[in-house]
Design a protein around this ligand. Structure first.
Ligand code: ANZ
Ligand code: ZN
Ligand code: ZN
Length: 821
């Protein structure tokens, strides 16, 4: 009779919920915090790719819970943000309604996957009870000067109708609208001064022992720490700083370049050059840093000259498109012989090229160079420094410059302050009021949350700017009429501290209770996609450090272990996604095979950090196994285990525990399959061993194992049982060896049978000749069952053995001779 998996699943999901099995609170037990990056709830719901992510975390949580840890495993929804607003506009509904329906659907789907979340802690970032604390953090940051406003050139996407963070600009285009070029506009914007933490964010990457190396490398790169020197050049008798990492090339400077966006550019432009410069500025509307790398180097002469403080030479100052305004000082000393960007620029504008670093093997001729020489060598044309190695010269010339007070050593970070202003509706309102008398006034804590008005009109621009009754308010300080800030916060703000709110998500008085947060933090396993290597994973580290500095946390880092899961591919080989049309829905699979089959399949092909390809054939393999397990548990007598099974079970406990702990779920599944194949051959087994098997299988197949557990007569939940311990004394390598030899012998027999029977001969009996001390390893009955023939096993020196052709003399240890007839 077919097993009704759907019914079994529903039954256990209900029981778990009713008994609040996975609800946790702080206690004496050792804690363990497993967290998946929370999803943005889209109306299209979950597909199998999402199910894969959550299954990875759920397996780990169930495992750790059974190991006796107090496991915090929460779920929430990153429900503010542009996608919801845009989708709602498209479907002519309100973002709140759209989002709440989507969340409801998500929760229903997640529950049917059998995920063991503590649902009492759920977070929805669009609820004022949550975003109130976004605003609270903002006020604290404002107090400390970490949140500030400045006019800034911003990236603007016409389609988003909003400002984007630098991180959201990819190759000069919007990260969401990959076909839309980002424009540069000048606007007053709110920023978070993440750069105050740049040094610590960089330094502490070292502490992230459990993070993948590539993610750490990406963070180092993003923060971009450069050691160098700031040198003062005189232009029109005023000091202008430049930042360089290559002071060894200072004798090779033949021009200077100032950024087209530099606020003081105007001071350098002489009247006779004004037109040329303005034409150039018109031509380049925008240059983001990334683009600058690829763009053709272009510029114009400003008419001014700079004095090189070391050589006392005068060089022309250009404005150029490849120098970024907010790095270093926004101006560079250009050394065309040794910097590729400078080289291209010099070639285009016929500026002299002066070689000052000579490679060891050959000499450079500036007329014939086709690109800059950027390697190491020794100094030439560099006065008293000639002959030095360029590597040494970096330090020696730096010392010289410092001693002569021509500049100072500095460290530069590539990381920029975080622009959080968004001119959109569906985000956390920034708690600021503008007053004609008082200026920029923070909303007092007691008046939080500043709620989003619900009745607004969507259309052109920011709906908040047109929500008059919301917009017009009283100045909190002087009570005169004031206007609210209409910018909302980037959604990455919401996800920068949600993991802390989970530790005390229903607290109405405080962002969280310090004791609770310090009990649960840090996150022990953080699971999520590689795409977050920079933005989210830097922001959440920054917030943690800020809240620590407020005295709310004792930790420096939010997560010491990060696991990047692979992607699920559809049967067509492409990453599963709605837009590709290759998605498989968990409901479909659940209806036909049960969700445990899907869970088991998803983690059995590859380790979960690798990509996995969906295959219905594979699913059927898992389905068959689960059915066989049900079958076997119906038939097997619960009494005693053979020594062989005891050995195998205890060995498997040891191995599977290690595999799961290391996220090598696929290896654990292979071992569980092998264990089951042994169990299947037994007619009876002890209750303890049967239970151990179910416990090992439980993290993968929670419903199946609850059902079989209760059929064994247990009244409690297997979900809350303790993980089996391996009894080393019961592990006997003899059985391992026996199993290995048996498997090999069976393989050999089947090979011989295939050859003999292909010649048309019929075989009835198989004779095996084993060396004396291996005789006990062979079980005639099992060999017979597996080969389908009668099998007789002889000791090789048995005088009475049947051996008509003298085959037995070929017997070797672990390789018995075989004769068939
Ligand atoms: C002279 C020089 C000679 C340079 C040479 C390089 C090679 P990182 O390592 O990324 O910090 N630079 C400085 N400020 C810049 C800006 N605002 N926009 C674009 N480029 C800028 O790079 C430091 C180098 O980048 C600096 O060293 C400077 O060029 C350039 F053979 O100075 B260098
Ligand atoms: Zn866009
Ligand atoms: Zn006022």
């Amino acid at each position: 009779m077919a097993i009704n998996f759907a019914e079994i699943e529903k039954k256990w999901q209900k029981k778990w919920e009713k008994a609040e099995c996975f609800k946790v609170s702080e206690g004496k037990k050792k804690k363990f915090y497993v967290l998946e990056m929370f999803p943005y709830p889209s109306a299209s719901g979950l597909h199998m790719g999402h199910a894969f992510n959550y299954t990875i975390g759920d397996i780990y949580s169930r495992f750790k819970r059974m190991q006796g840890y107090n496991v915090l495993y929460p779920m929430g929804y990153d429900s503010l943000g542009l996608p919801a607003e845009n989708a709602a506009i498209k479907e002519k509904t309100h973002p709140k309604k759209y989002t709440e329906q989507a969340i409801e659907n998500f929760i229903r789907q997640q529950k049917s996957l059998g995920l063991s979340y503590d649902w009492s802690r759920v977070i929805k970032t669009h609820e004022p009870e949550y975003y109130k604390w976004d605003q609270w953090i903002f006020l604290k940051m404002f107090e400390k000067g970490i949140a500030f406003r400045k006019k800034a050139p911003v990236n603007f996407c016409k389609k988003c109708n909003s400002v984007l963070a630098n991180e959201q600009v990819h190759d000069g285009k919007c990260w969401r609208h990959k076909d839309t070029k980002v424009e540069i506009k000048q606007l007053e914007q709110w920023f978070l001064k993440i750069t105050d933490y740049a040094d610590e964010l960089y330094r502490d990457i070292e502490k992230l022992k459990g993070w993948p190396e590539d993610v750490k490398a990406m963070q180092r790169n993003w923060i971009g720490k450069s050691y160098g020197i700031e040198i003062n050049f005189k232009i029109n008798n005023e000091d202008w700083k430049i930042f360089t990492t290559r002071p060894d090339t200072i004798f090779g400077v033949t021009f200077m370049v100032i950024s087209a966006q530099h606020p003081r550019l105007g001071e350098l432009v002489r009247d006779e050059n004004r037109k040329e410069v303005e034409d150039f500025l018109k031509k380049i509307k925008s240059t983001s840093e990334k683009e600058a790398e690829e763009l053709e180097k272009e510029g114009a002469f400003t008419g001014s000259y700079a004095l090189n403080p070391v050589t006392n030479e005068e060089v022309p100052v250009y404005v150029g498109n490849f120098v970024v305004a907010d790095y270093g000082s926004g101006m560079v000393m250009a050394v065309p012989a040794h910097d590729q960007r400078d080289f291209e620029f010099a070639k285009k504008y016929n500026i002299p090229i002066k070689v000052v670093i000579e490679p060891e093997q050959y000499s450079l001729n500036p007329e014939k160079m086709s690109r800059a020489f950027t390697g190491e060598g020794h100094l030439i044309n560099s006065g008293e420094f000639n002959g030095m190695s360029s590597r040494e010269a970096i330090d020696i010339i730096s010392d010289y410059i410092v001693k002569k007070k021509l500049g100072k050593r500095t460290v530069q970070f590539r990381l920029k302050d975080w622009l959080i202003s968004r001119q959109r509706y569906w985000g956390t309102p920034i708690p600021i009021v503008y007053c004609d008398k008082c200026g920029v006034v923070p909303v007092p804590e007691s008046q939080l949350p500043v709620r989003l008005p619900e009745r607004v009109k969507f259309g052109k621009g920011n709906p908040l700017a047109r929500a008059k009754s919301w917009l017009n308010t009283k100045c909190p300080r002087c009570k005169a009429p004031g206007k609210r800030e209409t910018d909302t916060m980037d959604t990455f703000v919401n996800s920068s501290w949600y993991f802390l709110r989970y530790t005390d998500s229903r607290n109405e008085k405080k962002i969280f209770n310090k004791k609770k947060a310090n009990y649960w933090m840090p996150i022990d396993r953080y699971i999520g996609g590689k795409e977050h290597a920079c933005m989210h994973l830097i922001y959440f580290r920054f917030y943690t450090k800020f809240l620590r500095d407020l005295g709310l946390l004792k930790i420096d880092e939010p997560a010491l272990n990060l696991f990047n899961q692979g992607m699920l591919h559809g049967e067509d080989g492409y990453v599963m996604s709605k837009s590709r049309g290759n998605v498989v829905l968990p409901e479909e699979i659940s209806r036909k095979y049960g969700i445990d089959t899907a869970r088991l399949f998803l983690v059995s092909l590859a380790s979960p950090d690798k990509d996995v390809m969906w295959s219905i054939k594979g699913v059927e393999g898992s389905f068959k196994l689960i059915n066989k397990i049900f079958d076997h548990f119906k038939k097997v007598r619960i009494k005693n285990s053979s020594a062989r099974i005891e050995s195998k079970i205890n060995k498997t406990i040891k191995e599977v525990t290690k595999d799961i702990d290391e996220f090598k779920y696929n290896l654990a599944v292979i071992k569980l399959r092998a264990l089951f194949e042994c169990l299947e051959r037994e007619k009876e087994i002890s209750k303890k061993d049967a239970e151990s098997f179910l416990k090992l299988l439980h993290p993968f197949c929670p419903h199946t194992t609850e059902e079989l557990w209760s059929r064994l007569g247990n009244k409690n939940f297997i979900s809350l049982e303790s993980w089996p311990r391996a009894d080393e004394k019961k592990i006997n390598d003899k059985f391992e060896k026996q199993e290995k030899i048996t498997e090999k012998t069976i393989g050999d027999i089947l090979n011989i049978l295939r050859i003999v029977e292909s010649k048309g001969k019929k075989v009835e009996k198989v004779y095996v000749y084993a060396v004396p001390n291996e005789l006990e390893f062979y079980d005639e009955e099992e060999l017979a069952k597996r080969t389908g023939k009668k099998v007789k096993v002889y000791r090789v020196n048995d005088k009475k053995k049947y051996d008509p052709t003298g085959k037995s003399k070929n017997s070797k240890p672990e390789k018995p001779a075989i004769y068939v007839e």
